[in-house]
Every structure is written in structure tokens, then in C-alpha cells.
Ligand binder design. Structure first.
Ligand code: VG1
Ligand code: CO
Length: 547
């Protein structure tokens, strides 16, 4: 059916705050609900990414509150901007890695992903819009800067004057000259996972008694997990819990960490916990891996996957290299060194991995913030990491604890923790970083809390592929004896400021590896506070979240 077509050009007034952060534009739902707020940003995307006429785009989101309304606006605006074809997930659902895969598979011009990831949802929660380019990855800084510039000068947007499109059933419809195709959000992604991992081997291990629990935290991975774990891998019903995406995630933070996936963590630490427990976030790009009585830090997980890549079907021929974000621990570096792989250190955010993956310099990437992935897509991928662990357990017959402990014996152990101070006063947080930055030149050789500072700098990244430079990506304090503290401000929060402090310390000798992370890092934790007078300046007694 061809709908009546009427392209309208609507005048609008620019907003000054549509600057994408670490991962897209993220604000309170109430901000996105302001008249023309969504329209301005979407038109700014269409104005900045090149000629979109006749092109294919992928569209979907994590199903959070406001997702469906924004999908309708985007479809109507895309048609008015002469986009040729949009593939949209059924009911507006697409996980971030699935969207990335679809962009690549169907050679789309780009994609728009609606998510605020691990941030809470609902009418008083958060919403987000992210633009991905044709390689399937998040838009690099030069694109997000162009979108922001456009948003500051926008005076009008284009939209089709038509009724809502039914996105609750599969198939094609038309708005003006644009085809809207509602697609199954799961099948292509599940097929890709089946290509990369040895499903037969995992099935056998499950039949042989391997036990597993997946918590989708009421977010987007539910439908993917039901299909992959319960249907294709034949695991018993109930393996996937909280598997129906809810617009408000059941009132929880869809953030797979020790605090927000607490139930799963408790189960894994109990006598009758399964062999492997895992969770993912709002949009499906994060993963938490917990073995029975063994939490695996995301930094260790990246290193372990890289060290064991050849055990897994999709990576049997080995990997080219690893990239990790700067605050991620150096665990992967020790693997790269020993195995002769490339290793890169990038700023926080997946967008910095795209060039390295496209150029074939690296195969695996990871961030300490529960993000792991490979060159199969251009986003981090929660279910990919979880399937990788299942494949490893099946291939080795070992427990998570055994794999982790043997890894530490071979490569040494990087003790690691991140302390977050959330929703603190923005002025105080900025002042704290500025003050530290102003002292950087004088810190080397001085002592703090009994530790001697060897070197201090403000991390800047020179992209080896396109030569672009990204400055002020986090302050690094290196200590004599190998410890490191990193201070940076979050670029995904929507209220006040969030200060993140990352601490790590490497111990090579297995006999000196004690099991309590917070104790092993106690001296650095004290130093992190003393160096900037942290708790006093932020007015807090303790971090909001420790991972
Ligand atoms: C956080 C993490 C970062 C991650 C980003 C997006 O950013 O630290 O590693 O890439 O979230 O993840 P920040 O700027 O708040 O530290 V997600 O799952 O929101 O797409
Ligand atoms: Co996410």
C-alpha cells in the first residue's frame, strides 16, 4: 500500500546541548520529550552524514520507554529526507550488536540505535540516540562533532505527514518513496553466533551436566537468549531469567555488574550455583561473567578469551591482536606479549576500536566496563562473550575457576577495581580533575600514602589509522612497583557528574597472588583518595558502585 505522501518542512529552534558523549546522545526521557528535541537531533544526523537519498538504514532500540514513539518519528523523517529503505526490528527491538551485524550484512549506509544502554529507563529514566556508520560501528568523533555542529544551527526539519506505521508485524510497507521493512530482530544474529561458536560441543557439554544461568535484566537480550540458549542449544526452560524486555526494565538498572545483577551474583556464590552465570545490559552489548564462586573481571575475561581463541571455531586460525581501552587493566597486554600479538590502548568508548578492526590490526577488543567483542561486528557484544565462555568450558572440560587460576599462573594477575562516585556535583567533579591536571608536571618522584609516583599524564590518543588525535581521555598516575590509578569523568551519565577511579596492580608470582582484590589494592585505594582529597571534595564517604 502506498500512503499519501506529504513532506512537511517544520521550523524549529536549535538546542545547545545535543552533543553526543561516550556512546551517543544520552539524556533524561523528559529532555527528549521536549517539543522538537528528537526531531532536531535526527535531522542533524541526516544533515551531517552525507547524501542519504535512496540509501538503506537499520533502525531499532532496546525497547525502553519512548522507543516506539521515537521510531515512528524517525521513519517519517527518514522518508521525508528521501532515505530509500529502512529495516526496522519487530516492535522496534534490536540489540546493539544485532544492529551492528545488520548494517554490515545488508551493507546499509548507517543505522540509528535507540538506547541509553545500562542507564535506567521509564518516564523518569534515561533515553538515548546513537548513530552508527556503514562499518556497523559507532560514529567516530569527526561525525559526532559534525552532528553536534549541525544541531546548534538547525532551523527546520522535514517530516512526512502520515499515520503511524505498524511495526508489530513482519513485512514491507511504504511511506512516500521509502520502503519500511519490519524484520525479525533475532534470526540473523543467532545465525552469526552459530557460525562463530561450536554449538554441537556446547550441546554435548550441557547434556553432560554443564549448568548455566543467564539474566537478561528485563532488557533487550531476552528474545535473543531464549532463541540461542533454550531453543538452539537446547538448554532447559528457565535457563534465561528476566527474559522479557520491559519498557522500564522492571524498575532496575539494566547494568550487569556486582551491584545491579546482585541476585545472579548471590546465586553464583552459593553452594548450589551453576557452573556459569552471565548477564547483559539494556542494549545487549555488555556481559558479566561469573563462574561458580568466581567473579571474572572484564579485563581478565578479555585476556583469557584472547589466550584461548584457538579453542573456538570462529577463531581457530588465531587472532591478529587485541585492543583495550586505556582504563582496562593490562592483563591483555601480557597475553599479547607472550603470544606475539598486536596490542593497542585506546580511549574509553567502542568508537575508537572501529579503525583498528577495519584495518585488520586487531581481532578482539575489550573494556573494563563489561564490554568485550571481536571483528564479527563493530560493537561490543554481550552474548558473544557469554557464548565464548560456554564454548571454552565445553572445549576444556574445566571450571571457570580453573581456567582463571591457570591463566594467572601463566600470565600473572592484574588486580583491578573501579570505584564510581555517581551523581556528584558537576562543578566539584570538574574542579577535582582540573586541579589534578594542573599538578601533573610536578607529581613524578613525590609520595602519596607511602607510594612513590613514577609518572603522571593526561592520556591522549593518536589513531594510527586515520591520524586523528583525541585529548584529555583520563589522567593516569603510575607508581613505582607497577601500580596505576586512572581518574576520569563519565561521558554517559545524565545527572550531575560521575567520577570514575580505576585502580590496578600486577603480581606476576602465583605464590604472591592473594585472593581479595580490595585488600590487594588497599594501598592504591588510599592513595587515590589522598592524591585529590577525593571523598572530601565530592562530599561522599564511599563510592556509589564498586566493581
Ligand atoms: C561507559 C563505560 C565505557 C563504555 C560506555 C558505553 O562510559 O565506562 O567503557 O564504552 O559506558 O557503554 P563512561 O563515559 O560513562 O565511562 V554502553 O553499554 O552504555 O553502550
Ligand atoms: Co550497553
Amino acid at each position: 500500500m502506498v500512503m499519501d505522501m506529504a513532506i512537511q518542512t517544520i521550523s524549529t529552534t536549535a538546542f545547545d546541548d545535543q552533543n553526543p558523549g561516550t556512546s551517543g546522545l544520552r539524556k533524561k526521557v523528559k529532555v527528549f520529550q521536549k517539543p522538537n528535541y528528537v526531531e532536531n537531533f535526527i535531522q542533524s544526523i541526516f544533515n551531517s552524514v552525507g547524501d542519504v537519498s535512496g540509501k538503506l538504514f537499520i533502525l531499532g532500540g532496546d525497547g525502553r520507554f519512548f522507543n516506539k514513539e521515537v521510531i515512528q518519528k524517525i521513519l517519517k523523517m527518514a522518508a521525508a529526507n528521501k532515505v530509500g529503505h529502512i529495516k526496522v526490528g519487530l516492535n522496534g527491538i534490536l540489540s546493539t550488536p544485532a544492529a551492528s551485524h545488520l548494517i554490515r550484512k545488508y551493507k546499509a549506509f548507517g543505522g540509528i540505535i535507540l538506547s541509553a544502554s545500562h542507564n535506567p529507563g521509564g518516564p523518569s529514566g534515561d533515553f538515548g540516540i546513537k548513530y552508527n556508520i556503514s562499518n556497523g560501528g559507532p560514529a567516530p568523533e569527526k561525525v559526532t562533532k559534525a552532528i553536534f555542529e549541525s544541531s546548534k544551527n538547525i532551523t527546520s526539519y522535514k517530516i512526512e505527514d502520515c499515520g503511524d506505521i505498524d511495526i508489530a508485524k513482519l513485512g514491507k510497507t511504504q511511506i512516500g518513496s521509502m520502503v519500511v521493512e519490519v524484520i525479525d530482530p533475532v534470526v540473523d544474529y543467532a545465525n552469526l553466533m552459530e557460525e562463530l561458536f561450536d554449538f554441537d560441543l556446547i550441546r554435548k557439554a550441557i547434556a553432560g551436566g554443564l549448568t548455566f544461568r543467564f539474566d537478561a535484566l528485563n532488557a533487550v537480550t531476552g528474545p535473543y537468549a531464549h532463541e540461542i540458549f533454550e531453543k538452539r542449544l537446547g538448554m532447559k526452560k528457565g535457563t534465561v531469567v528476566n527474559g522479557t524486555p520491559l519498557p522500564d526494565f522492571g524498575g532496575r538498572h539494566p547494568d550487569p555488574n556486582l551491584v545491579h545483577a546482585h541476585d545472579l551474583y548471590e546465586l553464583m556464590m552459593s553452594e548450589d550455583g551453576p557452573d556459569l552465570g552471565a548477564a547483559s545490559d539494556g542494549d545487549g552489548d555488555r556481559n558479566m561473567i561469573v563462574g561458580w564462586k568466581r567473579f571474572v573481571t572484564p579485563s581478565d575475561s578479555l585476556a583469557i578469551l584472547a589466550a584461548n581463541a584457538k579453542l573456538v571455531k570462529g577463531y581457530r586460525n588465531g587472532i591478529a591482536g587485541i585492543a583495550r581501552s586505556m582504563p582496562t587493566s593490562a592483563a591483555a597486554d601480557y597475553v599479547a606479549k607472550k603470544l606475539g600479538l598486536n596490542i593497542y590502548e585506546t580511549p574509553t568508548g567502542w568508537k575508537f576500536f572501529g579503525n583498528l578492526l577495519d584495518a585488520g590490526k586487531v581481532t578482539f577488543c575489550g573494556e573494563e566496563s563489561f564490554g568485550t567483542g571481536s571483528n564479527h561486528v563493530r560493537e561490543k557484544d554481550g552474548l558473544w562473550a557469554i557464548l565464548f565462555w560456554l564454548n571454552l568450558l565445553a572445549a576444556t572440560g574445566k571450571s571457570v575457576s580453573e581456567i582463571v587460576e591457570q591463566h594467572w599462573q601463566l600470565f600473572g594477575r592484574s588486580y583491578y577495581t573501579r570505584h564510581d562516585y555517581e551523581e556528584v556535583d558537576q562543578t566539584a567533579a570538574k574542579a577535582l580533575i582540573e586541579d589534578l591536571r594542573s599538578r601533573l608536571g610536578k607529581l613524578a618522584g613525590t609520595d602519596v600514602a607511602g607510594l612513590t609516583i613514577a609518572k603522571a599524564d593526561d592520556f591522549s590518543y593518536h589513531d594510527p589509522i586515520d591520524g586523528s588525535v583525541s585529548e584529555h581521555q583520563g589522567i593516569r598516575i603510575f607508581f613505582e612497583g607497577g601500580g596505576r590509578i586512572v581518574y576520569r569523568l563519565s561521558g554517559t551519565g545524565t545527572a550531575g557528574a560521575t567520577v570514575r577511579i580505576y585502580m590496578e596492580h600486577y603480581v606476576a608470582d602465583p605464590l604472591k597472588q592473594d585472593d581479595n582484590t580490595q585488600e590487594a589494592l588497599a594501598a592504591l585505594i588510599v592513595a587515590a583518595d589522598e592524591l585529590v582529597d577525593l571523598k572530601k571534595k565530592l562530599g561522599r564517604d564511599a563510592p556509589s558502585v564498586i566493581t
